[in-house]
Design a protein around this ligand. Structure first.
Ligand SMILES: Cc1cc2nc3c(=O)[nH]c(=O)nc-3n(C[C@H](O)[C@H](O)[C@H](O)COP(=O)(O)OP(=O)(O)OC[C@H]3O[C@@H](n4cnc5c(N)ncnc54)[C@H](O)[C@@H]3O)c2cc1C
Length: 421
């Protein structure tokens, strides 16, 4: 089935595995709702451990953010390591530092064809005043043995091909992949390990049953399971009371140019690192399939439709890379990230046999892959610890108004970013 979003990824991904709709009455040890990185990685771990796993998705593996993102594989959480140690303990920091390694390890173990490259991620700063913060972050990871370094303005110009940056730090643990091919490859690996994955299978209700859980599908099919995992992130609907109100679904948007001419390919990101900037409202960029420059950033809260809805990131691309001003753009697309109040992902277990993980705040390629593995390991063997503390489902007040207050916050952050530039 073609991916419904006409992105650069959809145009260049490996074929999708067969995931027919679920029909009739079914049962499994573990039912997983959502076939993104979280659900698929958990399914793979559980199936490898001998559990009977069934995954359902409203559309297909990689339909959500997992098949649309920037493909930047970045370790860490939004908080710096010393803060993570203090708030959550060293095991959480260690987990966060290893998420990229876990992701590349999964790709290697299952020979997933998704163009993995481990060339590093640069967090770039437009302003010298941000550099001490970046240096502090770099030093904290360096103290924990990570291959990281600071880059000055000249090094940034050489590594990125842009004169815009005052400096940055390079994280050698990070890299890139083709996200839709990776999602499909994870699905294929899970199927090969014995998991069943069904597309066009929207879960419309999740209810307790004597056996564990009954999932009713919009189509009338049903699934009984001892354990259930909800992995719906920015696409979370009304399946479980108040879960949707724990996250703000925000659009992240991307564009990709026509293939760059040879001279620009040698000049822009010549070592194929991936980059995001350190402002509050971030832009991120990389070279994608076919040698195209991809630029991403925060969109509006309504789904972008016209090319004009992408004007901010196009302007950012032209600011960072004036040499691309004359290049046409071939692809425009968007997907939903799930923002949380504390900028951290959350795991909830309202019942011992019901696990929910969501809220990656736009940084979930490595994190969701690693968290899915950890959740799978935990459900196979309860002595295997979860890397994050469980939290209560804590809905945001007046969540229904989120497009209004979140848009206001974004405008405020953009203004502060602009005033600082
Ligand atoms: C444009 C964009 C760029 C990004 N760039 C990066 C990046 O470069 N690096 C990075 O680390 N992170 C990035 N992210 C974030 C990252 O993609 C996500 O954090 C990650 O993919 C989340 O995975 P997930 O499995 O939790 O959710 P998703 O991939 O969103 O999957 C959720 C799935 O749940 C399904 N679903 C929802 N409700 C139901 C239901 N009732 N029944 C059945 N199925 C249901 C949906 O169809 C969907 O497939 C980006 C995100 C976007 C949108």
């Amino acid at each position: 089935m073609p991916h419904p979003v006409p992105s650069l990824w959809a145009a260049t991904a490996v074929p999708a595995p067969e995931t027919p709709p679920l029909r009739g009455a079914n049962r499994a040890d573990v039912a997983i709702i959502g076939a993104g990185f979280t659900g698929l990685s958990a399914a793979l771990k559980l199936a490898e451990g001998g559990a009977e796993v069934t995954v359902v998705d409203s559309h297909a593996p990689g339909f959500g953010a997992s098949g649309r993102n920037g493909g930047q594989v970045i370790p860490g959480l939004k908080y710096d390591p010393d803060t993570l140690d203090r708030l959550y303990g060293e095991a959480t920091t260690d987990f966060a530092g290893r998420t990229a390694e876990t992701t590349f390890g999964l790709i290697e173990k299952h020979a997933i064809a998704c163009e993995p490259m481990r060339k590093g991620w640069i967090q770039a700063s437009l302003k010298t005043s941000h550099l001490p913060t970046l240096e502090g972050r770099m030093r904290q990871w360096q103290a924990r043995g990570a291959p990281v370094e600071m880059l000055d303005a000249a090094q940034m110009a050489a590594r990125t091909g842009s004169q815009s940056f005052a400096g940055g730090w390079l994280d050698g643990r990070a890299g890139s992949l083709h996200p839709l091919s990776y999602a499909r490859g994870l699905a294929q690996a899970a199927i090969a390990a014995g998991a069943k994955i069904y597309g066009d299978s929207e879960a419309s209700a999740l209810k307790r049953s004597p056996e564990g859980w009954t999932i009713s599908l919009a189509s009338g099919a049903s699934l009984e399971a001892r354990e259930a995992i909800v992995a719906t992130n920015g696409y979370t609907g009304p399946l479980w009371p108040k879960l949707k109100a724990t996250v703000i679904p925000a659009n992240s948007i991307q564009v990709a140019t026509v293939p760059l001419p040879e001279a620009l390919l040698a000049e822009i990101l010549p070592e194929r690192m991936v980059v995001s900037d350190s402002r509050r409202i971030t832009n991120y960029f990389r070279i994608g399939p076919g040698g195209r420059l991809m630029m991403g950033g925060r969109g509006s809260f309504s789904e972008p439709e016209a090319p004009a809805d992408y004007r901010r990131i196009i302007a950012a691309m032209h600011r960072f890379f004036p040499q691309t001003r004359e290049l046409a753009l071939d692809y425009f697309w968007a997907g939903r990230v799930a923002m949380t109040r504390d900028h951290l992902p959350h795991i909830h277990q309202p019942f011992e046999n019901l696990t929910m993980a969501l809220g990656y705040n736009g940084r979930g390629v490595a994190l969701a892959s690693a968290l899915g593995q950890a959740i799978g390991a935990h459900l196979l063997d309860r002595t295997s610890p979860l890397p994050l503390k469980l939290t209560e489902i804590d809905p945001m007040p007046v969540h229904g108004l989120h497009p209004i207050y979140a848009s206001a916050m974004i405008s405020y952050y953009r203004l502060r970013d602009a005033l600082e530039s």
